[in-house]
Design a protein around this ligand. Structure first.
Ligand code: ZN
Length: 277
């Protein structure tokens, strides 16, 4: 079911991990951001759009993680975009048909059969100098940053006062850092939060990739909560954060010990970076 969350912006929620697919009506169809997870849910979304008489004019994936790269044949053959870095990462990680079997191993076993992987990751990278999504509808500004995943993008729909945050600023998931290959994942994450904070001035509605929609009064609290978590992680302190612990795993065992895992990996990195002797 499509739910209006702001003037000109609708959300289709997925049961998996409180995921939000975002729909922005344009002049000749909608922009569809992070379409959803389960095949049935994406088919339901396609039906909803058909009832509205709105084809999909363009798609966008906020980042190169499997749950943001899916698509359903009934959503049609519109161009699907991501940042250039996002698209390059998809190409690296999905070089061949066998890669999909590896992706399937990342999907919780209880839903893997319901996740259609045939159209996974078919996205076109937008050159870094393009600041807006190229489509016939409200201007959508791309705010790229290096935080949760390579080429992660938040999207600002200024005309409607909506910030689409991708996998940042969730009320149910702690910040998950990109610990693969970046020189300073903690500082990258803090820089990304500063960038989002600078963009959030006139935002009325924040839509995270997973979790609840936030109003204007909660946007800065979400940013502060993420920053406090990242500071605690950096200082190996104990975060006072309701998202840490069993609730952060949705009672499932697919994401066990995310916080402990990040602590350990950061500790190993600083061990490695320490000068010898
Ligand atoms: Zn992600």
């Amino acid at each position: 079911m499509l739910r209006q969350v702001a003037d000109g912006v609708l959300v289709h929620a997925s049961e998996f991990c409180q995921s939000n697919a975002i729909v922005v009506p344009g002049r000749a169809g909608v922009l569809l951001i992070d379409p959803g997870v389960l095949g049935d849910e994406m088919a339901c979304l396609a039906n909803d759009l058909r009832e509205l008489g709105q084809p999909v004019a363009a798609g966008f994936s906020t980042h190169p993680h499997w749950d943001h790269l899916l698509w359903h044949a009934r959503l049609g053959a519109a161009p699907r975009y991501g940042t250039a870095r996002c698209a390059a990462t998809v190409r690296d990680r999905l070089p061949d048909a066998g890669a999909k079997a590896r992706v399937a191993q990342l999907i919780p076993p209880d839903i893997v059969e319901q996740v259609p992987l045939d159209l996974l990751g078919l996205i076109t990278g937008l050159p870094a100098e393009i600041a807006q999504i190229p489509w016939d509808g409200p201007q959508v500004r791309i705010i790229e940053h290096q935080a949760h995943a390579p080429g992660h993008a938040a999207l600002l729909i200024e005309e409607h006062g909506v910030l689409v945050a991708g996998d940042m600023l969730s009320d149910v998931l702690i910040p998950m850092l990109d610990l693969n290959g970046t020189a300073d994942p903690v500082e990258d994450y803090l820089a990304a939060l500063r960038l989002l904070e600078a963009a959030a001035g006139d935002v009325d509605v924040l839509v995270p990739g997973h979790g609840s929609i936030a109003g204007a009064d909660q946007v800065h609290a979400r940013i502060d909560q993420d920053r406090a978590y990242v500071h605690a992680l950096r200082d190996a302190g104990v975060p006072d954060d309701p998202r840490v612990g069993p609730s952060a795993t949705f009672g499932q065992d697919w994401l066990p010990g995310v916080h402990e895992g990040q602590l350990q990996r950061l500790a190993r990195r600083s061990e490695r970076d320490r000068p010898p002797g």
